[in-house]
Design a binder for this molecule. Sequence first.
Ligand SMILES: *Cc1c(COP(=O)(O)O)cnc(C)c1O
Length: 502
Amino acid sequence: MTSRDFSSDSLDPSGEEWEQFRASGHRMLDAMIDNLSTLRERPVWQPVPEQIRESFREAPIPEESGTLTEFFTRFEQAVLPYSTGNRHPGFMGWVHGGGTPAGMLAEMLAAGLNANLGGRDHAPVEVERMVIRWAATMMGLPETASGLLVTGSSMANFIAVIVASRAQPAGTEMRKTGLQARKLVGYAARTVHGCVSRAFDLAGLGTDALRLVPVDTSFRMDVSALRQMIAEDRKAGAEPFLVVGTAGTVDTGAIDPLEDIAAIAGTEKLWFHVDGAFGALATLSERFHPALEAIGKADSLAFDFHKWAQVPYDAGCVIVRDPVRHAAAFAQTLSYLSREDRGLAAGAPWFCDLGPDLSRGFRALKVWATLSIYGTRRLGRMVDQCCDVAQHLAARVEREPTLELMAPVTLNIVCFRVRVPGTDEATQDTFNAELVKDLQESGITAPSTTRISGQLVIRAAIVNHRTTCADADRMVDAVLNLAMRRDLQRMPEDRSRGNSAG
Ligand SMILES: *Cc1c(COP(=O)(O)O)cnc(C)c1O
């Protein structure tokens, strides 16, 4: 191989170089397919070795050309083994999708096309419109609903908060004047994801304007408290404008009483937004569809294709029931409806009028690929499978005397902890937190932690389509083994006395 893959006067290969490029491309594809088909043989996660970390931190800006082969070799050595691990069946941390081989190929096609979906008249824009129409329909919203694909639910929730605030009386005027003295306030359960508070911050409403509603013993919004808080805010001169219901909370997977929240939003004239980041996808499951049906009553919805739908990162989605209100919040002039009548600048309305981004990539292609290659029924069964694994895990936790289940399992999230008898809460929290680090470093499994009612718990979120009941059992076995090892370290004298007595 020569020192350069591409001749100096073009960024494309030329002549013979295309064949060399093709061969390199095939080698890269084969290596990635080999990697994906043998995930189980490697650790879930391993820390980045210090030497590799340093090689990145000290790498100079490349001034001279290099080769594709050199680049790929470096990727294989320094990146591939040290990624997040969320593709691995043993990964149960946070709420991460596992991706699919089909999604990987779709990403390559999208990059090959290099389309910009901010607007204009081309087929990729039609693909995104199709995907949005499918998404709205899947979720029980009208197919005329508006929407767009975004980085994730953080952005989707932010856009929804903006649209909801602009939908208030004189809301479009507010785009020019700012909030002035108005005190717009919104509501969400205490268990709401932190990005909703951030959305209030970014929208200029202030995080204090997001009122946190208490939850019941199943970690679902207490709707009588919601009613009371709305009444108190009105009395105090604030303007309640929004209520956010979560379909699948990030800590426990609880589903807020969406039907009741929709009813209250109706009588109180509030915008009803649903954060269904991962949980909304469970509507594809026959088992969970009834519990999520009220998503269809929402004014707006945020959810992710990159979580439970397994589309490669990143792919979030926001849907707004009323397309006029959506555009009214973002379009900068009325020209959004009257672009050119023909030619490349036709095809209004454009996606750039529905969110903060002008240039946008072709996320829709990998979403289309995933939905068309796997189908919604199969994705619904995959959701069921994840929830079955979660039930299996919860049952195992309840059978193990040293483990304690910490929250009801609604969907796919299991929160539990190791009991450490005879210690205070702080010691128990530290023990479980350190244990989770041990587990992650073991390479066997990767759960994460969260806090429930102030207590630190081990949280396993079964989002990866590759995770089986056997993987859940392997996780529990690792928890028990590593907990025992940690316990031996913690109480060496007690144990050695015990051993000598036995
Ligand atoms: C993951 C998650 C978010 C944030 O979504 P991103 O795609 O990570 O931006 C918001 N809400 C809930 C309930 C989530 O699980």
